[in-house]
Each structure stands twice: as C-alpha cells, then as structure tokens.
Design a protein around this ligand. Structure first.
Ligand SMILES: Nc1ncnc2c1ncn2[C@@H]1O[C@H](COP(=O)(O)OP(=O)(O)OP(=O)(O)O)[C@@H](O)[C@H]1O
Ligand SMILES: [Mg+2]
Length: 223
C-alpha cells in the first residue's frame, strides 16, 4: 500500500472558550491516499472546519496524531509548520482571509513570490483568468462580491500547485456556472498535478465527484 498523504489517529481538539474548555473533535482516525478526493460533510457545528484546520496544521491536535506527507504536524514548531504549509498545502478558508490592502492580483502573486516562483505575476494572472476574474485583478477585496472573493482565494490556493488542497465550502457562495468552473479547476489540480483534495461541502454535485465522503456528527466520524 502507498503511504497516506494525510494520516490522523485518535485526533482530539479541545479549545478553551470563555466558559471553559470546549471539546470539538473526538477520536478522529482517518487516512487519505495520494491523489484521493475526499469530501467532508455533516451538519453545521459538527466540526468540519475544525477538522480541516487540524489537517492543515492551523490548529494543533490536543490529543492523538496528525501527519501530513510523513511529517508529524503536532511536533513541528510554528515556523516549520508555516514553511511546510507554504511548500505543500493550499488552504481555502470559509471566510477567505484575503489581505484587504492588496489587489486580487497581489493576493495571488505575493504568496507565489514568497514561495520562490520566478513567474509569480504571470501565473497569478493566468489563475485569476481561470476562475473568471481576469477583468477584476486590479480590484481590492472590499470591491469584490463574496463569490468573487472566494474565487480569488481559490486562485491563491491553487496557483502554487500544492500537493494537498484543503478547501472549506469552495463552491459555497457561487452560482451553478461559477461553481462548476471552480470544481473543474480543483479536479484539474488533481488530474494534472496529482494533488490530494479535501473539501468541506454541502453541495451534492461536489460530494458526488469525490472518491469518498466522510460524514461528521458532533465532532466524530459518523458510521
Ligand atoms: N475557537 C473556538 N472556541 C470554541 N468553540 C469553537 C471554536 N471554533 C469552533 N467552535 C465550536 O466547534 C464546533 C465545530 O465548529 P466548526 O466550525 O468546525 O463546524 P462546521 O462543521 O464547520 O460548521 P459549519 O457547517 O457551520 O461551517 C461548533 O460547535 C463551534 O461552535
Ligand atoms: Mg465550517
């Protein structure tokens, strides 16, 4: 068997809220194979976004283990984690996290530059073109609609051709035509670059295209 790209064993996440600790994820055991597309579904509050954060090393497991590409994410320090993400992962958050003082083009190009791509500018333009936003590249996030911001975030996450792409509701704010275009872009990343895709989604048409769907319920993998 090939080694999994992502491997979680009994992963736990407990966060400290105002009213004391909140147990968010319980005993999550999950392997994701190279090139697999995994859909994460489940009711609001079931822990889908939190699980994605654990997989991306953006939250640290409070128990169990989380490994990506053979690296134990719970053992890396913040700098090493940031480098690991930069070199291997693309993340699209539910709330996009675009930098408000940078244009759409800069939001996509700057991370490419930081990762050492000599063709950062051209690649960023091509990727914005691919999400249907070539004509909006000079706009700031505040001047873009929710769906347009989402597409900039997707362009930013996919442009470096990450080995692992984590996306939270990547088609959540989009109409059928734009959603379809984004799905094609994501699956193209798998087909042409062998990326492993892990996507939270409520959209049946996206879940259907995934190799496997994992359902969460109250912070656990449901049977
Ligand atoms: N920083 C935090 N502190 C305390 N509790 C949190 C924190 N972040 C999330 N939670 C709680 O953890 C649970 C899981 O949240 P999460 O965002 O992972 O759900 P979700 O499945 O992504 O939901 P949705 O479909 O609405 O996006 C929720 O009950 C939420 O209130
Ligand atoms: Mg969520």
């Amino acid at each position: 068997m090939t080694d999994p790209v992502l491997s979680m064993k009994d992963a736990e996440l407990t966060l400290s809220g105002n009213a004391g600790p909140v147990e968010i994820l319980h005993g999550i055991t999950l392997d994701v194979a190279p090139g697999e597309t995994l859909g994460l579904v489940g009711p609001s509050g079931s822990g889908k976004s939190s699980l994605l954060m654990l997989m991306g090393g953006l939250e640290r497991a409070t128990g169990g283990s989380v490994a990506a590409l053979g690296h134990d994410l719970t053992a890396l320090d913040e700098d090493a984690l940031a480098r690991f993400r930069r070199d291997n992962m693309g993340v699209v958050f539910q709330s996009f996290h675009l930098i408000p003082t940078m244009t759409a083009l800069e939001n996509v190009a700057i991370p490419l530059e930081l990762a050492g791509h000599a063709d950062a500018h051209e690649r960023a333009e091509a990727q914005l073109e691919a999400v249907g936003l070539g004509h909006r590249s000079g706009h700031y996030p505040g001047q873009l609609s929710g769906g347009e911001q989402q597409r900039v975030a997707l362009a930013r996450a996919t442009a470096p051709h990450p080995k692992i792409l984590l996306a939270d509701e990547p088609t959540g704010n989009l109409d059928a035509a734009n959603g379809g275009q984004i799905m094609d872009l994501l699956f193209d990343l798998r087909d042409r670059h062998g990326a492993t895709l892990i996507m939270v989604t409520h959209a049946p048409e996206l879940a259907e295209r995934c190799d496997r769907v994992v359902r969460l319920s109250d912070g656990r993998v449901a049977a």
